[in-house]
Structure formats: structure tokens, C-alpha cells
Write a protein that binds this ligand. Sequence first.
Ligand SMILES: Cc1cc2nc3c(=O)[nH]c(=O)nc-3n(C[C@H](O)[C@H](O)[C@H](O)COP(=O)(O)OP(=O)(O)OC[C@H]3O[C@@H](n4cnc5c(N)ncnc54)[C@H](O)[C@@H]3O)c2cc1C
Length: 465
Amino acid sequence: MKIPRGLQRELKAIVGRDNLVIDRDLLALYGSDASTRNSAPDLAVIPANGDEAEQAVRIAVKNGVPVVPRGAGSGVCGGCVPIRGGMVVSLARMNRIIAIDPENHLARVSPGVINNELKLAAAEHGLFYPPDPASLKFCTLGGNVATGAGGPSAVKYGVTRDYVRALDCVLADGSRVGFGTACAKGVAGYDICRLLVGSEGTLALFTEITLALVPRPTAEAVFLLSTNSARGAADLVAPILRVTTPRALEFMDQTAVELVKDRLPLGLADQGAALLLIELDGDSETVAIQKRILNDFLRHRPEVKGLSEAATPEEAEELRAARRSLSAASFKLNPDKINEDVVVPRTKIPELVDFVHHTGRELAIPVFTFGHAGDGNLHVNIMIDKKNPRQREAGAEARKKLFRRVIAMGGTITGEHGVGLSKRKFLPEEIPPTGLGVMAGIKKAFDPGNLMNPGKIFPDSPPAV
Ligand SMILES: Cc1cc2nc3c(=O)[nH]c(=O)nc-3n(C[C@H](O)[C@H](O)[C@H](O)COP(=O)(O)OP(=O)(O)OC[C@H]3O[C@@H](n4cnc5c(N)ncnc54)[C@H](O)[C@@H]3O)c2cc1C
């Protein structure tokens, strides 16, 4: 888009010459994320603090320039890709843990703090920040809030949404406002803070986040359970959750296991097994009780082929790291991936697993699945070679069938990645016109000029009110 004269000069005065990006080659770095989408902005700013972010946004919107917040760019749906051009606001320099309040179990952070940095800082106070996306070592807390990120521990501890107490934001008119309360309870007015979680940069830019922390578990036990079939592992999910509350209950079908086999140290990944990774945590007494209950229960289940416990914390971390590496390992199967994060009621996990494998066979492309079976959230990976027209078509067909089936099962098309660009055309399949109309009204109230991350979430843009 045409950037008004004088805008660059004004922005330079706010963020400084080094933090205004106008060089075309450099701008390309702000035009992509972990999806396949790509579109460079017209300029990018890297503010040092909330005041600079506020001023930069105010000037951009006054000039009709779209504003696209950007964390680490690890999103997988094109959420931070500026398809309408405009100004990217990179939160990379706003990466300070402002305060940890051990008495009130709170953290105040700038949005560019990396998820794992907060975990490490909280641990120094005997506290724990549970949300653990597989990208935790590089994604930002601002991005996590904007996408509603989750990870394996969601089955026991919940997702990012459950930890956000308050948000300081810059709105689309350039004003700065706080929503929510640091207190443990609060019902004064509409819960705008919760509404902003998962808003994918389309309603506001977060400049400070207050997050709840919980006491750090002092003991853990990590198990790998193998079964002869994916269906066998899937069948165990709901029954395990009837007898115990694991911190994580992760599923890997045989293809997933094969991809990371050499990273699994316990020798259970042999002979075509599917796996469940089960983590228990608490104090040592609680973990001992849970272990006994789990072992007693699994002893009588015909699906179980083997059960092995990580002997050391290092071995437990190796198992978790192997699971986290699955996304990257998937490219051994084909050069391109359609990666979905559908959710179904957890009793329907077996049906979903069967459906995924059937679809892969029917369309003759590799389709495999792994993920957070404990909360019904599976990553379905449709592996294709985009240069091959047949595979490209089969991939699109597999995705369409998947979403239809998941919605028919009472599920949702996305559990943690968000809608972004890549799923927006499917949103009307899940949310009826009246619901979409309410969402469009909210968007209009926050952002009447459609300047905050335009072209995202809604199938049409500007959204029809
Ligand atoms: C290997 C890999 C594994 C992953 N595993 C998981 C997983 O297990 N669980 C999971 O949930 N996700 C996962 N993801 C996806 C991704 O890491 C998450 O969506 C993450 O929350 C994005 O954070 P980010 O800082 O990279 O945000 P970005 O990608 O930069 O942005 C994502 C969205 O948030 C908005 N945004 C960013 N910062 C702000 C802000 N300060 N204010 C307002 N809006 C903002 C952007 O505009 C965009 O819409 C994975 C990604 C990869 C590459």
C-alpha cells in the first residue's frame, strides 16, 4: 500500500532509526510465519515499551495504515502475516519479565517474553507456569495469549486462557487501556480480557500481560505405554482419565512413533507400536498413589503391550523432547504439510483416529496423527508434495473431510493454533451466521476501520455485520 509521506519520519522519531524497518530485504523477514503464507509489510517497527507501541499504532491508524502485531512468528495459520501490507509491530524488544509476585502467584510480563523464560523465572520462586506449547522455547507470551495456545499439560492445568488475569492493550484508535484484574476473582463488567484471548491481533495489541502462576509440583513420573494398534492406544484415553488425572496424556500413532523412534530411549517404540506418553505430577506422595492406581488399572487392560517409566528426569525430558520434535520430523514423509489441530470430545478419539487413517488410505497420501489425546485435541498431519497436483488435491480434500467429520462429532476445527488465514474459509462450517454476525459486531466495535490485523479469522474482510 502507499505509505503517506511523513509517516516514516514520525515513526523514526518514536522508535529510533534502528527500530524502524523499511529495507525491502529486511521486510521480507516480517512477512511470514511457520505456515506457508507470505506477504511482506510496507514497514515494521520494533518498539521498546508500551508508550512507543501506543504512539506508533496511533500514528499508523490515523493514516489508515493496517497494524499487524508480531511475536516470534511461530504461528502455523498465517496469523501475523500482513496480507494487506501496512505496519508490523514486532514485540521482540518488549521481552522483560516485569515482576513475579510469589505471594499472590502472579507474573507481570511484556508480551515479547518467551514462554519458557517465564517457566524458568517462576521456578526460581517455587512456582509454575503450566501452558506448554511444543514451541515453548521460541514462541512469545503475547502470541500465546493472542492464539490461546496450549500444550500437553492442558489436560490437567488448562490452556493460556486459564492463566490470563489482565491485559494492557493498545486499541485500534491508538488509545491504551487495561482489561481484567490481577485479583483471583472479579466480575465487574464484561469479561473483555477473556474475549481478547484468542483474538489473533484483530482487536488489540497487548503491551503487558498479568498471568497467574501455580505452586510448582515437586515430583513427577513419566511413562511410555505401547499398544499393538493406534486404536488400542486411543481406546485407553478416556478410561485412563476415569482413574487418574495425568499432567499429560499424549498419543502417537505408529507413523508418528516411526518418525521419532531413534529419540525414544525406552525401547518401546519397536514393532509397529502406537504409544501414549503419560505424565503424572504433584508431591511425592500423590505421585506414588497415582502411579499405583495407574499400574493396577493398566495391568488388566488387554490393549497394553508394554509400559516403561523414565528412570531419571533427563530421560523424562528426552521423551518430552521427542514428542515435541514430531512436527519437524514429519517432513521425512513429504516436503509439505497441512497441519490441523482439531478437537473432539475425548470419548470420540478412537473414532477420529480411525477416520484419519481411513482418509489417508482412501486418498493415497500419508496422513498421521499425534497430540493431546487427553483433552481430545489431535494434530492431524496431511503430508503432501505440493508440486504434485494429485497430492495437492488429495490434501485439500482430506482437510475438508476432516473438518466436516470433526464438526459432525461435536468438535471444533482448532484447539490451539487459531484460525488466522488458513482456516478462515472453514469458520462458517462451525459457527452459524448469527454467531459470525455477533463476532463481526465485536470486531466493528473495537476496530471500526478494520485496521487491526485485517483479513484474519473472518471468511470475508471487512466482516459482514
Ligand atoms: C514447531 C512448532 C510447534 C508448535 N506447537 C504448538 C503447540 O503445541 N501448541 C500451540 O498452541 N501452538 C503451537 N505452535 C504454534 C505457535 O507456536 C503458537 O501459535 C504461538 O502461540 C505463537 O506465538 P508467536 O509469538 O510465535 O506469535 P506469532 O506467530 O508472531 O503471532 C500469532 C498471532 O498472535 C498475534 N500476536 C502476537 N503478539 C501479539 C500481541 N502482543 N498482541 C496482540 N496480538 C499478538 C499475531 O498478530 C498473530 O495473529 C507451534 C509452532 C511450531 C512452529
